[in-house]
Write a protein that binds this ligand. Sequence first.
Ligand code: SAM
Length: 290
Amino acid sequence: NEIEIANPTRTRAIMETYGLNFKKSLGQNFLTDINVLHNIVDAAEISEEDDVIEVGPGIGALTEQLAKRAHQVMAFEIDERLIPVLKETLAPYDNITVVQQDILKTNLEQQIEAHFDGHHQLKLVANLPYYITTPIIMHLLESGIHFDAIVVMMQKEVAQRLTAEPGTKDYGSLSIAVQYYTDAKIAFIVPKTVFVPQPKIDSAVVRLTPQKPVKQPQDEQAFMQLVKGSFAHRRKSLWNNLLGIYGKDPATKERLEKVLAQVGIEKSIRAERLTISQFIDLSNGLIEND
Ligand code: SAM
């Protein structure tokens, strides 16, 4: 019966009532388009079977739409000024918990245990604060918590890097880090005009579906170090980047040549051509020949 929180007039009224300004330093660009919100909830396929974690509810625009469809919602908001606002805007819903904490610092496992019953699917849905998009995503993926889906909005450019395939200009260590854990796809593009205040660039909603890695690196840290180092100088060959990581002495060169030959990778290739599976082979080969 009430007008949605996302309604532009209501959003403005809420901000005025509480005398709030948007904090750029916290990435506060609020969504004011109900269709975009519905599309996000649809992309995450939210139903009664899902418990949902939201990062950064703001004044509750997305939280409200999630609560209408999900079993339970738990939202982490860092900005203490928004807590009384959320208490009021989300009062009509009895399936929302707002936690005033930094998503990067909270004990997520403990919060899940405390607020969810463990008999529902677990999804994460958010319009992310853009200044920490990558740290949040990596934090979630490395947490070891099993998410059935992660559906998050971010800057379009970042979305393109996350979802890039080998051989494209956007493909790099971030694509590999994310795609090592998930199947990553852009669900849809969101124009900058649907936010207040308006950001400078368009956004995209990305759906990450967690999956088992194609194969197992013997040492995940060594694997990620190899990937990062291989892209350190994008215009150099893989070979030159490898010398940068492991050293240029004759023994190292010999070992690198041997392993490359073993796993069937040409010396002159650039890192952007290698699939995740090839990076894992290379990493494992280097360990075996150490
Ligand atoms: N969900 C709202 C919407 O879609 O309109 C607001 C999204 S806004 C892009 C990002 C939100 O994340 C802001 O409310 C901001 O205060 C909050 N935020 C920023 N850093 C955070 C952090 N480290 N932990 C939790 N929330 C954070």
